[in-house]
Design a protein around this ligand. Structure first.
Ligand SMILES: NC(=O)c1ccc[n+]([C@@H]2O[C@H](COP(=O)([O-])OP(=O)(O)OC[C@H]3O[C@@H](n4cnc5c(N)ncnc54)[C@H](OP(=O)(O)O)[C@@H]3O)[C@@H](O)[C@H]2O)c1
Length: 426
């Protein structure tokens, strides 16, 4: 049996197709890596003895998209795939892995080619299932990871469309985005740092999202809620954004609700951290930095050239705890319980509750703690819910988007949905 792959360079494989299936898949993957936008056609000299999967053009197409897809295409005839590297295996990252391994997607079959956190990295060198890669990762040797090496390895890895997922809160990790995008690796990030820093960088990263690599970051504001995509779609259709306002910190709502129920401030903050609702360092929530970053991202997506100089924010981290190590922060936090108890009680006497509210208007951002009526829509928010009102030229009565704005399941789902969106383009 002779197989010829017609493309810019021709690869001829002699011998049984059954036997050479791995070679074929590898050859196609190498080709797709070098020419991501080109399609591959295979010519067979005879149809006899072909593996069932190679009987249709469709099946061949699946194999061009990754290593493993051919096997799985049997059960999922319309499936797309992508080769994923995951950085960060904390609250969000480990849930992403869990959902990927569960593989209950309608028309998507993920392939994970690497995983890392700040202490170890594992590579899938043998076409392993996700669960097997997770096992290898669990037992991997601890070693400080070197990001020059990791990004070079990602770029060199031979696979179909490659997607880098950033589920860290790390600046160092986010510094790799440009290099990856310029080398045809898409980036899906839950990490707000790159988009909320320098405006030029935000614009550059978005310019690099033009195919074959794409840059996606829906979960950086409102976790899984469709805030960024809604604003983007409004802009695409010629609308302009007048204001975006509301509660974008599920963590702060969770903390204020606990205070209303008599829980102490320090315990409420600790519960938020232990349940994975807060940022890795809860001071990013208390300082308003997390909300500021989200509003900066929304403002920039809305088309405003907003920088840090356009932001006013109230910091709720006591001054003496702003620059101390996290361990000291936790030890000293109970000293501020009485201040918050009193603040909550005053609001309650006035029929109000505390909420961390933000507003974007004309490219300027204002965020801080406000006492709002307990009966108002913001006052009625529960758990980690966010509520955002978007007013536009056409939507004078605002579009309201409400739902969980934090939590590992919804965030992981939001990240994976962007991974699938990218895979669908190939
Ligand atoms: N939690 C949520 O509900 C939520 C919602 C939306 C967006 N996000 C965003 O998602 C990201 C992750 O949040 P999380 O709650 O999962 O945080 P987390 O539990 O603290 O996990 C952070 C992970 O990042 C890894 N990491 C940190 N620095 C690294 C480095 N230099 N190189 C490689 N890995 C590094 C950590 O490694 P180690 O394990 O070695 O420490 C850890 O595995 C953050 O950017 C957060 O803002 C979270």
């Amino acid at each position: 049996m002779r197989v010829v792959i017609n493309m810019k360079r021709t690869i001829a494989l002699n011998g049984s197709v059954q036997k050479d299936l791995t070679k074929i898949i590898q050859a196609i993957s190498e080709f797709k890596y070098a020419y991501p936008s080109k399609s591959v056609s295979l010519t067979f000299s005879s149809k006899e003895d072909l593996p069932t999967l190679l009987h249709t053009n469709q099946a061949v197409e699946y194999q061009t998209n990754g290593f493993k897809a051919a096997d799985l295409a049997k059960d999922k005839p319309e499936t797309k795939t992508a080769a994923i590297f995951l950085a960060g295996t904390g609250t969000v990252g480990s849930e992403i892995l869990r959902q990927l391994a569960q593989n209950t997607f309608e028309a998507f079959t993920p392939f994970v080619f690497g995983i890392c956190n700040s202490k170890k990295a594992t590579w899938n060198t043998g076409n392993l299932e996700i669960k097997q890669v997770m096992e290898l990762y669990k037992d991997a040797d601890l070693n400080e990871v070197n990001w020059d090496e990791i990004s070079a390895n990602i770029i060199d890895y031979k696979a179909g469309p490659k997607i880098f997922i950033d589920a860290t809160g790390s600046r160092k990790v986010s510094e790799n985005y440009e290099r990856l995008l310029e080398n045809n690796v898409s980036v899906v990030t839950a990490n707000k740092i790159a988009n909320s820093a320098d405006l030029n960088r935000f614009q550059k990263l978005n310019k690099l999202s033009n195919g074959p690599a794409y840059y996606k970051y829906e979960t950086t504001a409102g976790a899984g809620l469709p805030l960024i995509s809604t604003i983007r779609n409004l802009k695409k259709t010629g609308d302009s954004i007048n204001s975006v306002s509301g509660v974008l910190s599920g963590t702060m709502t969770y903390i204020f609700e606990a205070l209303q129920n008599g829980v102490s401030f320090s315990e409420a903050v600790r519960n938020a951290a232990e349940n994975g609702y807060s940022e890795p360092d809860p001071r990013d929530d208390l300082s308003g930095e997390d909300v500021v970053r989200k509003f900066l991202i929304l403002s920039r997506v809305a088309g405003f050239s907003t920088g840090r100089e356009d932001v006013t924010a109230d910091n709720q981290t006591p001054e003496s705890l702003r620059d101390v190590p996290l361990k000291i922060f936790w030890e000293k936090l109970p000293e501020y319980d009485s201040f918050w108890k009193e603040k909550t009680a005053i609001a309650k006497r006035n029929g109000q509750v505390l909420r961390y509210v933000g507003e974007l208007s004309g490219g300027r951002i204002n965020v801080g703690v406000r006492a709002v009526s307990a009966e108002s829509p913001l006052g009625n928010l529960r758990g980690t819910d966010n509520q955002v009102a978007i007013s536009t030229r056409y939507y004078k009565s605002p579009i309201i988007i409400q739902g969980p704005g934090a939590g590992k399941e919804v965030t992981a789902q939001g990240v994976i949905s962007e991974v699938i969106e990218i895979a669908d383009k190939f």
